[in-house]
Design a protein around this ligand. Structure first.
Ligand SMILES: [Zn+2]
Length: 250
């Protein structure tokens, strides 16, 4: 890292990656300081400066998608070298994959799971926004499928599930918990205060394992957004910013 941007390091192979936090940016108020989202009422110039700081830290232009809680995957294709991420049109999707090393994939979150994937053998990276809807609709399976289409094998993948709301904090209606559990039993949880909850991280781990990612290659040791005030959390404060999981092939 040539930048001093405060960030958490995922445990991945074949990629340079980071999870940003709240510190290190220029936004103020509820979005202080490193808000990366344009859709949360922040000053667009501040968001752009924040994004440039993250791009500098990762060493490549950032590619974002318009995240809509889907299982759609955007393949960032095209030749490597000399292409600015600004040439890539913004599309609606909740995951990105690429073989390119000259761009960094960025997924924004504030409680949902930022899941980063890297295949050091085939040279493919991916990033997914896995909230409740996307996880249950198969966004991680779809991301791995697109990585396979680019030559990746699941047994070679390394994965990191970044800072996100934990199963002891993510309160949901009982019916929602039951519906989720029928599709993904590992999500069934209870809050610290005894209310039905969803453990999306446990659900994501089970999906990754089922897809063939080796358990030892799954990094899920990151803090809970609702509990850690160095991170944006929509559940803790509805008026907030977004941090990001960012990954670049090496
Ligand atoms: Zn928590």
């Amino acid at each position: 890292m040539t930048s001093t941007l405060p960030a958490r390091a995922p445990r991945l192979s074949g990629a340079r990656a980071l999870f940003t936090g709240r510190a290190g940016g220029v936004s103020t108020g509820d979005r202080a300081a490193l808000n990366l989202a344009r859709h949360v009422g922040d000053d667009p110039d501040a968001v752009e400066r924040n994004r440039q700081r993250v791009a500098a830290a990762i060493g490549a232009p950032l590619v974002f998608v318009d995240q809509v809680h889907s299982a759609e995957v955007h393949v960032v294709a095209g030749p490597t070298g000399g292409h600015d991420a600004g040439e890539v049109p913004v599309v609606s999707a909740d995951a990105l994959v690429t073989r390119r090393a000259d761009v960094a994939l960025a997924i924004m979150v504030a409680d949902c799971l930022p899941v980063l994937l890297a295949d050091p053998v085939a040279g493919v990276v991916g990033a997914a926004h896995a909230g409740r809807a996307g996880l249950l609709d198969g966004v991680l399976e779809a991301t791995i499928s697109e990585m396979r289409a680019l030559g990746s094998r699941p047994e070679d993948l390394t994965a990191s599930i970044g800072p996100s709301i934990c199963g002891a904090c993510y309160e949901v209606p009982a019916a929602m918990r039951e519906e989720a559990a029928t599709r993904l039993p590992a999500t069934r949880a209870r809050t610290r205060w005894g209310i039905p909850a969803l453990d999306l991280r446990a659900g994501a781990i089970s999906v990754l394992r089922s897809a063939g990612v080796p358990p030892a290659a799954i990094d899920a040791e990151h803090p809970c957004t609702r509990e850690d005030e160095s991170l944006f959390s929509y559940r803790r404060q509805a008026s907030t910013g977004r941090f990001a999981g960012v990954i670049r092939r090496t």
